[in-house]
Design a binder for this molecule. Structure first.
Ligand code: NAP
Length: 501
């Protein structure tokens, strides 16, 4: 169980505070934002709607603590992260319960999101302790000698702003906080509004682990109201963001020359060739499309099957989809509520558009409250919105194709470029198709997914900017500092090559 007196400071009744200078505070705006359980509409808690002056104060507080944290030896920063990992792991169950209530994630997945975050903190500590620099001799370039030597090491960027999405509010803030802190940056985190209560616990975790007051801070409030003010603040040195492509693009316009790491939307396509192992393919597609009700950036969002396998594939996909449990996330049902009724309306709009234009409904298309039944649509054509738009809900469109070339064209025509999948026994062909796909990652005979977290994770086009993954994130949140030695020629040893016998 979670035990620390800080829990008493963190909230009053159901009102959660924000976290700055190592203290829990109420906004002087007097305004809070209610967070309702998307499954049963019960109030989970209220979070502070921070004012612009409070945001400025939070950022200044982080700035005031850049030097102290940067000067903390790396081995101490690593130790603190390891302690944080242990606390996260110890508190996985109660944090998972909170997460389940706040975003409607099935309880087992909610707990594994927390555990996976502990793994990221540990993996980041392990990698950071091996961080080294680089020494380069000048004589590789004509006109320079070995008397000129560049020695570089990595230094932090300053204050990193970490903004997370609602679907992994703990994990996708943690995957930014850990590399930012270990690299020596001060951090301001702005969690998604839905998900903020769970993410606020980082205040307790990091303080208990030993992060000095003011090095890590949390601001809460609606992104649409405070986002531009946060991003445009000159006290922010770098922004790591996960969310929709629309928000990411708007953020990039406001950020100006600040370095950015953006993880955005996707429309991952599974190309299924005639010789694919059908059991493996169906299992991967159904779990890839419908886990957490399709609210995953790397969900399987379109299937492109070749003619000889298409009928059997559709039949088996529908069979497996009908077996998925639907209902209360506390009972660990695979399909639960979407995050809001507005999101349900959006997904329904995509289904209706496809059906109006001639798609075949194979199962689903039923709604109760915020729950949409898993829906499979066959005979999708490229004039339908569902062929291109990211639903972020439990709907799987099937676009039948006639050749690998057609699959590549349809995949690449997307504005997104997160991941692609190829299911086939012909690894030579798979490799050739993989080389043609304009995406960050191609999975061969596996569903699209993030991780393991030391793998590079990135999107092309509207799917992102920069590369995440433990090593890559630390690199993105630091820069090389080069010191060049210019030695005198006086001490140079002069030796001549001798001719052999
Ligand atoms: P979102 O609406 O774009 O929100 C993401 C975050 O941005 C939230 O914290 C939100 O705060 C904040 N925000 C909103 N407007 C802002 C603004 N003007 N300036 C700064 N921040 C602002 O996305 P979401 O609905 O939470 O997440 C779903 C999307 O994330 C999907 O498109 C999904 O594909 C993508 N995603 C991508 C990855 C990846 O790895 N590529 C992973 C997960 C999710 P509020 O909550 O207060 O609005």
């Amino acid at each position: 169980m979670m035990q620390t007196t800080q829990f008493e400071d963190m909230k009053e009744g159901l009102d959660y505070k924000y976290y700055c200078e190592g203290k829990w505070k109420k906004s002087t705006s007097g305004k809070t934002i209610p967070i309702y359980n998307p499954y049963n509409n019960e109030l989970v808690g209220n979070i502070q709607a921070c004012k612009k002056e409070e945001i400025d104060r939070i950022i200044q507080c982080a700035r005031d603590n850049i030097e102290c944290w940067k000067d903390t030896p790396l081995n101490e920063r690593v130790d603190i992260l390891r302690k944080a990992a242990k606390l996260i792991r110890d508190w996985a169950e109660p944090l998972g319960q909170k997460l389940m209530k706040e975003i409607g994630k099935p309880i087992k997945s909610a707990i594994s999101e927390i555990v996976r975050t502990a793994d990221i903190f540990e993996g980041t500590s392990d990698f950071a302790s091996t961080l080294g620099g680089e020494t380069i001799m000048g004589d590789a370039f004509e006109g320079f000698t070995r008397e000129k030597i560049s020695m570089s090491y990595r230094v932090p960027l300053g204050v990193v702003l970490c903004i997370g999405p609602f679907n992994y509010p703990f994990n996708l803030t943690g995957s930014k906080i850990a590399p930012a802190l270990v690299a020596g940056n001060a951090v301001v985190m702005k969690p998604s509004t839905q998900g903020a209560i769970t993410a606020l616990h980082y205040g307790i975790i990091l303080q208990e682990a030993g992060v000095p007051p003011g090095v890590f801070n949390i601001v809460t409030g609606r992104g649409s109201e405070i986002g531009d003010h946060l991003i445009g603040n000159s006290g922010i040195d770098m922004i790591a963001f996960t969310g929709s492509s629309e928000t990411g693009k708007s953020l990039a316009r406001t950020a100006g020359m600040k370095p950015l790491l953006l993880e955005l939307g996707g429309k991952d396509a599974a190309i299924v060739l005639d010789d694919a192992n059908i059991e493996l393919t169906v299992k991967s597609i159904v779990s890839g499309a419908f886990s957490f009700s399709g609210q995953r950036c790397t969900a399987v969002k379109r299937v492109l099957p070749m003619p000889k396998i298409a009928d059997k594939l559709v039949e088996m996909v529908v069979g497996e989809t009908l077996k998925l449990s639907v209902g209360d996330p506390e009972q660990n049902n695979t399909i639960g509520p979407l995050i809001s009724s507005k999101q349900c309306d959006f997904v329904q709009g995509l289904i209706d558009d496809a059906l109006e234009k001639g798609a075949s409904l194979k199962c689903g298309n039923k709604r109760e409250g915020n729950i949409l039944w898993p829906t499979v649509l066959d005979n999708i054509t490229t004039d339908m919105r569902i062929a291109w738009e990211e639903p972020f809900g439990p709907v799987l469109p099937i676009l039948r194709i006639n050749s690998a070339e057609e699959a590549i064209n349809i995949s690449n025509k997307s504005e997104y470029g997160l991941q692609g999948m190829i299911f086939t026994e012909n690894l030579d062909l798979a490799f050739n198709i993989a080389q043609e796909l304009e995406v960050g990652t191609v999975q061969i005979n596996g569903k699209s997914s993030r991780g393991p977290d030391h793998f590079p994770f990135l999107g092309t086009k509207s799917s992102g900017l920069g590369t995440q993954g433990i090593k890559y994130s630390i690199e993105a949140m630091s820069r090389p500092k080069a010191v060049v030695m210019n030695l005198s020629e006086k001490g140079k040893l002069v030796r001549e090559c001798k001719a052999g016998e």
